[in-house]
Design a protein around this ligand. Sequence first.
Ligand SMILES: *Cc1c(COP(=O)(O)O)cnc(C)c1O
Length: 300
Amino acid sequence: LSIAGCDLVALAAEHGTPLYVYDQATMDAAAAAYAAALARFYPGPSGITYAAKAFLCLAIAQWVQRRGLWLDCTGAGEIAVAVAAGLDRRLILVPGVPKSTAALAAALAHAGTLVVDNLVELERIASLARPAQEPLPDLWLRLRPGLAVATHHAFTQTGQEDSKFGMSLEEARRAVRLCQEQGLRVNGIHFHQGSHFHDPQPISPALDLVLEFIARLRRDAGWLPEVLSPGGGWGVAYHESELPHPAIDDYVRFVARQLEEGCRHHNLPLPRLQLEPGRSLVARAGVALYRLGAVKRTAN
Ligand SMILES: *Cc1c(COP(=O)(O)O)cnc(C)c1O
């Protein structure tokens, strides 16, 4: 049994079990599929952030840097891995989840981009930030568009109105004003509709709401985000019965076209489109090796 020419029995003997083995060629192919689809379907600037909760270790963080991706780090632990891997600050993005004091301090010290989850957090950032002293992360606001998408499980929906993540449109409007008053650089909008979905269609109404909101903010507050991130969450097949894997191309084409059309409709310049896939970059590449310990017989 081998993967990419590596004998798995020999690997298990060398490293012990359980052993998690990731095939870089498979990850490269997924990253290349995202990059090619963005280049083909989106005429504006674009980028890819790997959502580290799908799997993170030093080697993966270094792979992210080699491939020119950004790394989405949740919590002080993942930020510490990114720092230990020697990641350029600009590649480290801390997402819009509520942050502990330690995570917020780590984000301010090490992140290139910090996605703000709520107004209390923004006030904390404003009081902690010392703009004159250090490079501060760019701030993005995480919106809660108030619409649900069908994911495999209700607990992986994150964009609906009663989601614990992100700000209402009204809160985001106040956040922009607060940033303007405090001289904080806020240049992106993020929203995320949920994880492990196989049909991109429901992103469309959420995207439309977000673009309408941006158009209104531009009129009322003279503010326009440079970056728009519709998060990640594209599914993979977990079982043979679910094959083929949902095509990365289908997802990127849909989001790119919707964004381009929406911008035209609302008379907005094309923002940088930053996608944030996790599992669809790495899930196919990973295997776990175990050693048989004992054979148990059951009644039937
Ligand atoms: C989990 C998560 C992702 C990635 O989800 P996948 O299903 O692994 O692609 C992207 N963005 C945010 C905000 C997340 O919480």
